[in-house]
Design a protein around this ligand. Structure first.
Ligand code: NAG
Ligand code: NAG
Length: 272
């Protein structure tokens, strides 16, 4: 009697909250819908909010109908992570045929039913930093085949705080030698289409300030993704804010195992 009464009370209290809940499943559905739209070349799709969607490519707000969603893209590979706390996803897309692309997209969802309210993409093609879609595909597939981005067993997962701190340390160490990011001994970095296994630590001449950071954090996949600006690299641009980049990072047991960097260039290969 008491338990059924308690259950009724809890159900009454909990269900309206759960209805608006952001789940892994709902994020997967919305992200798959976006990928289908990218494949179809359609900027109108089901998961999109009917009210105006904030749409950015390479840190510039633009009309969604005029961007990469306006022409069909044959997707060879995608790697997606899901953040149920921020209700967002990040997906890395590689396309090697037709017009080759590597696209990183962060989708933000809200409301009930859940809809995409913000889309931010880094869109890379020929001339962007170390761009080589064939290489991106090869190394992405190689990592995936080795179980590199598999779900981390319960009990071995790092907290959001640990994941975020690892991602921030990676970026902050670029200009501060006192910061020691927690690199795994076998840390590997996919930079554009190039695979670098010798060293994950980078350092750049000061002054160097990384701003405009948008995070997507997935405890199940041990992943943290950061969209941010990149001073210095693009020699054709003023240092600040510089160009836009994205770093997708896999963390295992607190240590950085993989990094995928995709950086946009204004001038061909950032004028270098
Ligand atoms: C994206 O990747 C998932 C997982 O590998 C796969 O099931 C899905 O078909 C891919 N989507 C597209 C549009 O290629
Ligand atoms: C692109 O990457 C592939 C795979 O690593 C490699 O075979 C090819 O030579 C690269 N292309 C260029 C132009 O570097």
């Amino acid at each position: 009697m008491i338990s059924s009464l308690l259950f009724a009370c809890l159900a009454g209290l909990v269900s309206p909250i759960l209805a608006a809940d952001c789940t892994r499943e709902s994020l997967k559905e919305g992200t798959a819908d976006y990928l289908d739209a990218l494949t179809a070349g359609s900027s109108t799709f089901l998961a999109l909010s009917t009210s105006k969607v904030h749409y950015e490519e390479n840190h510039v707000e633009q009309d969604i109908a005029k961007g990469v969603l306006s022409t069909p893209i044959k997707i060879d590979y995608n790697l997606s992570i899901y953040d149920t706390t921020l209700c967002a996803s990040y997906t890395e897309v590689v396309a090697t045929t037709g017009h080759p692309y590597v696209i990183g997209t962060r989708l933000e969802f809200s409301g009930s039913p859940q809809k995409i309210t913000k889309i931010e993409s880094v869109v890379l093609d020929q001339g962007d930093w170390l761009f080589n879609a064939t290489g991106s595909l090869l190394y992405n597939q190689r990592e995936a085949a080795a179980g590199g981005w598999a779900s981390i067993p319960l009990g071995q997962r790092d907290s959001r705080e640990v994941l975020k701190a690892a991602g921030d340390a990676y970026v902050d160490a670029w200009s501060d030698a006192n910061i020691k990011p927690p690199f795994a001994t076998n840390c590997a970095r996919l930079e554009g289409g190039l695979y670098i296994t010798s060293n994950c630590l980078l350092s750049f001449p000061p002054p160097f300030e990384v701003t405009k950071r948008s995070y997507t954090i997935d405890e199940e996949l041990g992943a943290v993704d950061i969209f941010h600006n990149f001073p210095f690299l693009d020699a054709s641009l003023p240092r600040n804010p510089g160009t836009q980049t994205n770093n997708l990072i896999r963390v295992e047991g607190g240590k950085i195992r993989f990094i995928h960097e995709n950086t946009v260039c204004q001038a061909k290969n950032c004028g270098r």
